[in-house]
Design a protein around this ligand. Sequence first.
Ligand code: S3P
Length: 168
Amino acid sequence: MKIILIGFMGSGKSNVGKLLSKKLNLPLIEMDERVLKQSGRNNINEIFKIDGELRFREIEIEVSKDLQEIKNAIIATGGGIVVNKIIVDYLKRKGRNIIVFLDTEFETINNRIKNNSSRPLFLNKKESKRLFEIRQPLYDNYADIVIKTDNKTVKNITQEIIKKLGNL
Ligand code: S3P
């Protein structure tokens, strides 16, 4: 089984992915890490600055293509994958897939990541909010399971996902 975690930047995909991977005994794949490795740059900001967002998205597509053979894993995606349907299609192409949307209010996200400069698309609150609003219906549309994460711990969120998986 492949569990694909989607959601906006700062929605908890990596942290929930880590715990879910432990609890379900499935390997965790971090798409951003793979993109970074493939880019040859030192961090995500550098990819955006030197190569541009278009190159970043191209690498994301390449990474998702490479991941299509994987049958059992937790995949923590980057917040922007839903913008390219081709990425979601590659991730879902083979085996059994469940897409879990970590649904988080914009203000919660802003409080979590506003002082963290590692995200090139979260530098300006107004712009980030605009992006959030454009993407919200996309996450919703692709999700098999939606989990509200505001005011919940990583442990609670993970338990909730496991419970919902059992009910599918
Ligand atoms: C992005 C989200 C980031 C990273 C890149 C672009 C986006 O991942 O892929 O900065 O477009 O939302 P996280 O969602 O893990 O922050």
